[in-house]
Design a protein. Structure first.
Lengths: 285, 314, 314, 285
């Protein structure tokens, strides 16, 4: 039914000097708009970008990866992508401090995209923190295919829920969970999943968020036939498949487990194929 | 002004340009090939290949450090069979120049890898990565001890015969790199690759434990460049005839030029490609410009120039 | 919340706070004293003093490198007589805590320096900088060879008697730092200072020759921090009871915390003071905050914390 | 007659976060104005500042030294100092890229100042490149003391001559030399010195510029009784006397040569005391 995009290298990837055309604070995040021209056409929900950070005298030698949240086209600046960035450490804080007109060195689109079903299925979208970013764009695509789309968003606290108003329109239902109860229902985003899957006859779950959340969802779905397409987030040094830092243990069709690069065999991966208990363990082939 | 001769040699291998990938920093080559034509650089140095498929070390495998990074990949790779069938075959098809890097847990494994590569068409040279642990000697790194380093190189030399240049890749984590360099040359290496990563560690402030799955990792990037320049300079001073493939923190043409002045005949680029997929082309173009601007008529003239007396001007 | 015990010890020397200057990076103390009160930090570690006045190496003596610098000062200093009469007397007058660093060209010079310092009031500990060339043994650095390192420490121990703690300062430029560490402890050192600078070189693109007057120089600053953390971790793992004065690239409280988790009981700050004259106070305040935030009730609890099994939580 | 200020540590030095209040391109230089409040009162011609460069993620760990060109006070931003910066490498280029309102971490005033004669003497001021920067302020002070002040400025080319119009008013004569003849007279700044010294009965030369220029002036004056106060420029790692990188071989009164720190025993030093031929050589005590 839902084919997983195992693209290997993303053939559309290009490197360019791109201009910041917007930077707005939304809750604890920054919504950053970057003009990338015609490349928007190649950017699919699930793909990410890799950005050089810190400017010409930077002590930071590695790029930072960010999920592409949405793509837009405007008469003003042409094609643009939107990122939802949490100012966490030095790299992301630098990015959040950029103002309109500044330029960044960016590589995009990278990685696999969410697989889009060819028939109309029932989809549940689950986003943790800024993990909701790519889900709104995905929801639109799924709705166009005639899918029923329900959404769950969660975070530790309300200001870490990223839920654009426009995005809400494209889903059949949206429920929000915060651990401290400061927004929506109190509790973990994973608590209602089992029930929703059966109530709404979910065929596929699309998830994006912290690894612990993705793992918990996979465990809930274990053994069932709901497809789980999750966008993982492993520390990446290169984002283009040349460093082998970003690996995850993934089972292939023959049942053999191998360390796959989450930057080119992911970030969207089949949740059922990831050996969650082996993440962070030494694998013996 | 006459055309700059940008070519270089490592032993009897000839390369039209002096910038190479660094082993382990270009995967199988396919990934970079979408950003530039692999034939445009000196050669691709493959990741170090071992006999059997290897999953490598546990994650996290990297930590960014000031002007550098630590990695603890642990030589993940497909093993020599799959490598020959897939990666190497593809590179040969691309008409890229190829230096194959090999690694082993025992001296015997190095020799048997060399045996598998003997006579394989399309390989320009062999890089022997002896900066990995010797399982037969308490996990001591081969390149950190003269005898174990020599044993590996002798075995490879004997197996491979006289044609393919052998480049021994040394670790900077030694008291006296010149004696190791001399030792492996005596043992049959044709050239040296300097330097592999420097052993380092980062502690994660949240867990308050070593950040990397492998606890320690290898430091690379601009932070280590002064160490690379020093190692290359020392070795070139002691062994001026031995070709050196230099590496360590090169991210601009000026950086590559520095390693060449110190004594490198060619320069590998590793970490810089992570930060910039087209770094290799940028570095190569900048280096060509610098050599031209300085009035060199060939790259070769610049190799080891820093050793000439101050009075010898260009 | 109870008050944090921020004090530390190195052998039998007690210090109210764990941040120190690094030898050679605070001159005689007067220069920093105009920016903060020297009594507010753990102790001042003096520049390495030798028997006779010394002019040091030729300029240029420094080169900035990515996130670091090279220096080749060559131990310029006034000699022990003037040092005792002026610098030390002044520091004692300020009521600063003082660790005197000594350096020699022969093992005998170290011992005779120790003799001059024996019984001098106001000194908390002796740092023995054995990371300098041994003129009696082909200029080989004392700390790079087990026997020469041991000979120096034995001589100092014998001369100084049993009271003043001896801290042996080691070079990271060795194949096996743990064996050198163990050797100097066996020879009578009470503690270790880790790490001295890493040997490096920069080539000047204009002259195309080594930039420093001394050709090679010592690499310091954030670039080398992962090497320092690794060395401290390795030595603390092998010798958990031996106090370590850690140093190498510390420029924030978080950096100091990292060295402490790895096993340092105190932390020296060198290069960071060049970039920021009040770095030491900043680092000390930040470290106090971090320890408090993490729930430590004493600095001592955090020393070597990275070695505890993951299950042991705070 | 002219006492050399051998201050040792500059006791007025302080570290502060200062705001850029002006940045104007003048020829190949940037004239940068920095608000430093009451500290201006402590800044004397010859003193310098040390500035942290590259911002919070900078790979540059050392400060950069710049001569204080002038001090001003305005109702708008209080006390301010002016620097003349040549965008040379990464640090100075970063500084020249700052805009009004940005903040820098700065230490000042540092080092020795030009010694000011107590009687009215005839002074010749010689500036090479941006070395002219501190000379205009010095000229004003000297004029106030009733001195006759003549000035020579030189550079390789005209755009490297820094010669503010207002400054010209405070000197009795100004001659400009460029090596390529693109401004003023063609030739080296040192060529007219010997003649001027005798014609104008010069008592003291104040010089600032490249080391080779300072050395050449010292050689011209060798043996005579013209005092030579020169502001040297050695590579400095700290600027405050703690690193020993910035040393120059200087002869003391007893004739003993020692390596003195040019950051605290300089930058203004007695040109006759510097052992120019030993600069860059190993000194044996
Ligand atoms: C595929 C992918 C998509 C991502 N999408 C987003 C997004 O949409 N919005 C967003 O705010 N962030 C996203 N991140 C995380 C982002 O790449 C940075 O890791 C994060 O912003 C922290 O970087 P820093 O420079 O601020 O922190 P630093 O602490 O300076 O980072 C140091 C290093 O650690 C790595 N690192 C630190 N934290 C993480 C983490 N959680 N995951 C992976 N690597 C980490 C960084 O990449 C960097 O190399 C994504 C990461 C990946 C791999
Ligand atoms: C006392 C003093 C006063 C100075 N006054 C001025 C001034 O008024 N205007 C001005 O434009 N510059 C001045 N300089 C030079 C300035 O400090 C910088 O060295 C210069 O701007 C180059 O720095 P960078 O970061 O651009 O170059 P980089 O090449 O990045 O510098 C690298 C390192 O080399 C050192 N360095 C490079 N060139 C020199 C040099 N010529 N002299 C000393 N150190 C050098 C730098 O300090 C730095 O540590 C002065 C230097 C000193 C010591
Ligand atoms: C992620 C990573 C993987 C590496 N893998 C190998 C390897 O397989 N074999 C090898 O000889 N060197 C390996 N190296 C070392 C590099 O080839 C190179 O010697 C070192 O990184 C210094 O160069 P750089 O600073 O340009 O990265 C690796 C380095 C990195 C960063
Ligand atoms: C300019 C300079 C001078 C130094 N002089 C000495 C010295 O005299 N004795 C010594 O033991 N270490 C000396 N060191 C090494 C430092 O004490 C310290 O071990 C090293 O710089 C690492 O710390 P850092 O990165 O904080 O500077 C010197 C370092 C620098 C940068
Ligand atoms: S991030 Fe480099 S291989 Fe995935
Ligand atoms: S610059 Fe550090 S002592 Fe002068």
């Amino acid at each position: 039914m839902v084919g997983l995009a195992m693209a290997g290298i993303n053939r559309s990837a290009a490197q360019l000097l791109a201009t910041i055309v917007g930077n707005k604070k939304v809750g604890q995040y920054h919504q950053i708009l970057i003009s990338v021209g015609d490349l928007v056409a190649q950017c699919k929900p699930g793909n990410f970008v890799a950005i050089s950070v810190g400017g010409p005298n930077s002590k930071m030698v590695l790029r930072r990866a960010f999920a592409i949240s949405r793509t837009t086209t405007s008469t003003q600046y042409g094609g643009a992508i939107e990122l939802i960035v949490a100012p966490h450490g030095n790299g992301s804080s630098w990015l959040c401090g950029l103002v309109e007109g500044e330029q960044i060195d960016i590589t995009l689109p990278l990685g696999t995209a969410f697989g889009i079903p060819t028939t109309n299925v029932n989809a549940l979208l689950v986003g943790g923190g800024y993990g909701s970013a790519p889900l709104f764009g995905l929801a639109e695509v799924l709705k166009e295919r005639g899918c029923r789309v329900d959404m769950l968003l969660g975070a530790s606290t309300g200001s870490k829920i990223y839920a654009p108003l426009e995005g809400k329109r494209s889903v059949n239902s949206l429920r929000i969970f915060t651990e401290d109860g400061s927004m929506g229902e109190t509790g973990r985003i994973t608590s209602p999943i089992a029930q929703l899957v059966s109530e709404l006859q979910i065929d596929v779950i699309y998830s994006c968020g912290p690894m612990a959340m993705l793992k918990a969802i996979s465990e809930i779905l274990d053994g069932g036939d709901v497809v789980h397409q999750c966008a993982v987030e492993e520390a990446m040094a290169c984002g283009i498949g040349i460093c082998m830092t970003c690996v995850l243990p993934v089972k292939d069709e023959a049942g053999k487990i191998n360390n796959l690069r989450s930057c080119i065999d992911g970030p969207v991966m089949d949740g059922a194929a990831i050996e969650w208990d082996l993440v962070g363990k030494t694998l013996v082939l | 002004m006459s055309q700059l001769d940008f070519s270089t040699t490592l032993g009897n291998a000839w390369f039209p340009a002096p910038i190479f990938t660094a082993s382990g920093c270009a995967s199988s080559g396919k990934e970079l090939a979408q950003f530039f034509d692999l034939r445009d650089m000196g050669a691709i140095v493959t990741k170090s290949i071992m006999t059997k498929p290897r999953a490598g070390r546990a994650t996290p495998r990297m930590a960014e450090t000031p002007s550098g990074m630590l990695n603890s990949i642990g030589l993940q790779g497909p093993g020599i069979d799959a490598f020959l069938a897939n990666d190497l075959a593809w590179l040969v098809e691309q008409k890229a120049r190829i230096i194959v890097s090999i690694a082993g847990e025992t001296a015997e494994e190095f020799a048997s890898l060399a045996r598998r590569l003997r006579g394989v068409a399309g390989i320009s040279a062999l890089e022997v990565n002896i900066s990995c642990p010797n399982v037969e000697n308490r996990g001591m790194v081969f390149a950190c001890h003269l005898e174990s380093a020599q044993t590996v190189i002798e075995g490879v030399r004997r197996t491979i015969g006289g044609d393919l240049p052998i480049i021994a890749k040394l670790s900077p984590d030694v008291t006296d790199i010149v004696s190791i360099a001399r030792g492996v040359i005596d043992a049959g290496a044709d050239g040296l690759a300097l330097i592999n990563t420097v052993l380092g560690m980062v502690i994660n402030p949240n867990t308050m434990r070593p950040h990397l799955g492998g606890r320690t990792g290898g430091l690379s990037g601009p932070a280590v460049r002064p160490i690379a320049v020093r190692a290359i300079y020392q070795v070139h001073e002691a062994l001026p005839k031995v070709p050196i493939l230099g590496m360590g923190g090169v991210s601009s043409g000026a950086d590559a030029f520095e390693l060449i002045l110190a004594g490198a005949s060619g320069v590998s680029v590793g970490t810089a490609s992570f930060g910039n997929p087209t770094a290799i082309m940028k570095i190569q173009n900048e280096l060509r410009q610098i050599l031209t601007d300085k009035g060199f008529s060939s790259l070769r003239e610049a190799v080891g120039f820093a050793h000439r007396p101050e009075s010898s001007v260009r």
